[in-house]
Write a protein that binds this ligand. Structure first.
Ligand SMILES: [Zn+2]
Length: 504
């Protein structure tokens, strides 16, 4: 392809995709569950599903199943163990807390430095390498850490919303990723920052995506829609409140139509691949675990906690990692029925794998241990925690500001992991539903392949069953992956069912 008069055209050298997807619009409905796609009266979403392929067994396939690692995994096609973003915060090998929840850290380039140092390719880097002059834009509402993870070091523009000192909710850019002058200052992109009705933040994000496309004509638009996760998921409980789900989804459908109008006016809608997905699941909480008890158990091992995270699992980074086994055993000895299993890092083995220290009484099947081990392997490495306690389905640890949350994610439970995934556009099968396991790391390789870009250096596989003309080796690679992952998904689903019925 070449840029001619500002429009992307196919070159005579055949560099373009055989499948013909020249543009990519990837939309992360943050923390959405697959049920959200079933909301009625969504003609634009429905059309994408009807003309595309949906994965009914799509799952995050990473730990922690949280927003920063989820988006970094989507962008890099690699696991947190490789790209290095394992959560909002963690303890590094120097026993320092790295905190990407701090917006100044994002604006100072801390996340992008970690991704750069990891040496992983991203959607942005591979698109730029293949197509000189192409543009990549990543954006979110209030989630700077999602926009920055989606775009990564090589995105042209990385945009998000924030509240100003004088009470406005306005878009801004991560430094070194500014859009052309005027994009951020359009009056229709700002609202007063109080009592903003549900759906407005998502709408402004989509509006910002349309404005950037009208100005930049970018090949790749990576969008995070934050309200699906907060407030809809955590505060309202996601599927617990289908009225709010319907409000947000129908609002999104309307905005999707506006975005598609912009692509139609530019004459490129039929050359655009749309990907709809979530970055993790959202699990209604039925039981809660007191973080004070977990902390006390860990501290009894005799080493300070560098930092910790609490969600549908609990992770600890310790000053002295060699105490991980003792700390994990102390948690296991609490015999809390909501704690499914406790793991400690094994420092003596290359790759820092995890060893289960708890008994097997709460693991209904040995396949669950293998599923947990698969997920644990995805963040095992220098930034991985020393101790991991995974909880039963419906259980969470929700201290402080999380105490009122009705739903959460982060751990190994099926509802924390299960997510919607739809590919729709040129080169993709139409009206298809695949039961093949599909992970976040497989999204970028599949989308890039459809754009004529070989996804060198990514850990995920091309989902060959999505494509009308997959590369010759892709079906075999996907089958190899499925052989490994079908039992993982089945074990997670069966365990979820058993634990939910035991807790009922
Ligand atoms: Zn998220």
């Amino acid at each position: 392809m070449a840029l001619v008069g500002g429009m992307l055209t196919h070159s005579m050298t055949g560099a373009t995709s055989m499948n013909g997807a020249d543009y990519l619009v990837l939309i992360v409905l943050d923390g959405a569950t697959p049920e959200y796609l079933g909301v009625p009266n969504m003609p634009n979403v429905r059309r994408l599903i009807r003309n595309g392929i949906s994965y009914s067994n799509a799952f995050a396939g990473i730990l922690e199943s949280e927003t920063p690692p989820g988006h970094a995994t989507i962008a890099t096609g690699s696991n947190p163990s490789r790209h290095g973003i394992v959560n909002f915060w963690w303890g590094d090998l120097q026993k320092q807390k790295v905190d990407l929840f701090d917006p100044s850290q994002i604006n100072d380039g801390a996340m992008e430095a970690i991704i750069s140092q990891a040496g992983v390719p991203t959607i942005a880097s591979l698109v730029h390498t293949q197509y000189t002059g192409s543009k990549v834009v990543a954006l979110s509402g209030h989630k700077y850490y999602a926009a920055d993870a989606l775009g990564g070091p090589d995105a042209d523009a990385i945009l998000y919303y924030y509240g100003t000192a004088n009470g406005q909710f306005v878009p801004t850019a991560v430094p070194a990723h500014e859009p052309p002058a005027g994009v951020l200052t359009a009056p229709h992109l700002a609202v007063p920052n109080h009592n903003i009705p549900l759906g407005v933040e998502n709408h402004l994000t989509m509006r910002l995506a349309i404005d950037t496309f009208n100005r930049m004509h970018q090949q790749v638009t990576l969008i995070n829609l934050a309200e699906f996760d907060w407030p809809l998921g955590h505060v309202d409980g996601g599927t617990i409140d289908m009225g709010q789900v319907t409000t947000l989804m129908q609002g999104f459908d309307h905005d999707l139509g506006l975005l598609q109008d912009a692509f139609r006016r530019a004459g490129v809608l039929d050359r655009t691949l749309f990907v709809l997905l979530a970055d993790h699941g959202m699990m209604p909480l039925h039981g809660k675990i007191d973080e004070g008890l977990l902390d006390k158990a860990v501290e009894k091992a005799g080493t300070p906690i560098v930092t910790s995270s609490y969600n549908t699992s609990a992770c600890y980074w310790l000053q002295d990692s060699s105490k991980a086994g003792d700390a994990a055993l102390n948690i296991a000895n609490l015999k809390n029925p909501l704690i499914q299993a406790v793991y400690a890092v094994d420092l003596t083995t290359v790759g820092r794998p995890y060893r289960r220290v708890s008994g097997s009484s709460l693991l209904h099947d040995s396949a669950v241990e293998r599923a947990n081990q698969y997920l644990l392997s995805t963040f095992a490495g220098p930034n991985g925690p020393d101790v991991v306690a995974v909880f039963t389905e419906g259980a969470g640890c929700e201290p402080g500001g999380q105490s009122g949350w009705k739903a959460d994610h982060g751990g190994t439970s099926w509802q924390s992991q299960h997510l919607p995934l739809v590919f729709s556009g040129p080169g993709f099968r139409s009206g298809a539903v695949s039961t093949a396991p599909a992970r976040l790391i497989d999204v970028a390789p599949t989308a890039l392949q459809a754009m004529g870009i070989t996804p060198y250096g990514m850990q995920g596989v091309v989902l060959a069953d999505a494509l009308t003309s997959p590369p010759p080796d892709a079906p075999w690679r996907q089958a190899q992956m499925s052989n490994q992952l079908v039992p993982v998904v089945a074990a997670m689903q069966a365990e979820s069912h058993l634990e939910l019925s035991a807790g009922a």
